[in-house]
Design a protein around this ligand. Sequence first.
Ligand code: ZN
Length: 241
Amino acid sequence: MNLLADLSWYDIQEYLTGEDRLILPLGAVEEHGPHLGVGTDFIEAEAIALGVGKATDVMIAPTLNYGMSLSQMGFAGTISLRPATLTDVLEDILHSLHQHGFRRILIVNGHGGNTASIASAVQTAAMDLPGLQVKNFQWWTDEEAYRVIIETLGEQTGSHASLGETAFMLAVRPQAVKMGRLTGRDAPVLPSRELTTVQNFAKLYPDGIMGLNPAKATKEAGEALLKKCIEICAKELKQWQ
Ligand SMILES: [Zn+2]
């Protein structure tokens, strides 16, 4: 596997003589209900990235563990970048990668709060970086990937610390899952024009779970989801001209 962190600059220069693709996993450090570790989002993104790297030999950059989680700051352990900080960090990463010859970047994003900053950074960087192409994969918004959870667990849309995400963690980091802590309550995400912020998140979702009670999550569903995510991303890389 081509882990950028394990390679010397000689190795990376050699990789870049015949290749310009890179996998960049992004995560967050934020509450994930009473039952999942705060590293959930970067743990999941990294698990997908490692699987894709193994399947394709495309180089994997170190995971950016921190993300934009301001709305979760009412919960102990959440560590957030501000949206503008994350945008700046991503732009700097894209500029560095481009300078060395990376052109096609597959972002594996593990956290919804990062999405706006990713779009902002990519739009801005693209103004200055000829040939830059970026794809962004997010397992819970990807229709093809999430179908696995719809079919196995019946949760219709990907949410936060609910069925799909709990299944994912049972598959990739079971020691960070404490099913005995669940309260058994559903926390449906109701349509609203009000944006979710630190002012209202903890009132709407007091234990930090958004969505259905994840008690029925299974390791098998999580493994199937991970496998599907790896397949989709590997295909995106292989077909990327
Ligand atoms: Zn998450």
